[in-house]
Design a protein around this ligand. Structure first.
Ligand code: MBD
Ligand code: FE
Length: 284
């Protein structure tokens, strides 16, 4: 059965009606967006002959996605977060802005309000028995290349099971474990000690993984650490680094790996160099 209802004046008027196009109330921008998305959906239903059963399965899926709080997880899995970044990169390039550290996606697991430290922070509470010590340091610079003292470096990552505090189904982690805000020192430097995170996997019984299964895709990310970098009068940078050598480095279900975000790792095993790193006791 083929039909072309979509292009009839009746259906086009019906779309306008459903989107309040001729109403003086409401928000014009949101009418425009809803009209476009709804039009695309009507057309897909017609072009693909989407059956009522298929349609209602979709409605049930959206309900499950919301009930499980996974809309923000499906979004990067479908590449939408990456696409928004591609558009910001293109806008920057058009303005001749050459970002020294590439942006990459935020993901759904940031929590505001982490403890604030100055210059150095220990992120982990020392409770992960499989924790392998990691030290990372760097310098925050403005677009003019000058170091930025007093900048804020928000860091968050998961444990060796791939679970983030506040989202850990085992309930084993205290609030803000592996989440800190580090204020850069007078030279714009920050440093932290933590443990090497594991890659993340979508909840295996959740709706995001269910959809990925339908696409023949996995739902795993390589090991990574998230950052927000901000300073007064500067645009916030959202980015991540990857742990080099992870087998999924270039097979991330969320498409966040980027050249320039895989820093070199130096393995240190001798006591003296460990002491020289200034490693601390676990945060209380
Ligand atoms: C993560 O930890 C993450 O960073 C992203 C982008 C998606 C899911 C889980
Ligand atoms: Fe993450």
């Amino acid at each position: 059965m083929t039909s072309n209802l979509f292009n009839t004046p009746e259906v086009q008027q019906f779309l306008d009606l459903a989107c309040g196009i001729n109403n003086s109330d409401g928000n014009e921008r949101n009418k425009q967006i809803v009209h476009r998305l709804l039009s695309d959906l009507f057309r897909a239903i017609e072009d693909l002959n989407i059956t009522p059963d298929e349609y209602w399965a979709g409605v049930a899926y959206v309900n499950t996605l919301g009930a499980r709080g996974e809309a923000g997880l499906l979004s990067p899995g479908l590449g939408l977060d990456r696409f928004l970044d591609m558009r910001m990169d293109a806008a920057d390039a058009a303005l001749g802005i050459d970002n020294q550290t590439p942006r990459t996606i935020e993901g759904p697991l940031y929590v505001a309000g982490a403890p604030v430290e100055h210059g150095f922070a220990r992120l982990d509470d020392g409770s992960d028995p499989n924790g392998h010590t990691l030290v990372m340091y760097g310098q925050v610079k403005g677009s003019d290349g000058q170091p930025l003292a007093g900048a804020s470096v928000e860091v968050w990552h998961c444990n060796t099971k791939g679970f983030y505090s506040h989202f850990d189904p085992t309930g084993e982690q205290k609030p803000f474990n592996m989440r800190r805000t580090i204020i850069t020192d007078e030279n714009g430097n920050y440093k932290f000690q933590s443990i090497v995170p594991k890659g993340y996997g979508c909840p295996p019984d959740g709706p995001t993984q269910a959809l990925l299964n339908q696409l023949g895709r996995h739902g795993n990310r390589p090991a990574h650490i998230h950052f927000f970098v901000s300073a007064d009068d500067h645009r916030k940078l959202t980015t991540q680094i990857n742990i080099d050598g992870d087998p999924l480095l270039n097979d991330d279900f969320a498409y966040a790996t980027r050249e320039g975000l895989v820093p070199p790792i130096v393995e240190r095993t001798d006591e003296e160099s460990i002491k020289a790193q200034g490693l601390t006791e676990p945060f209380a």
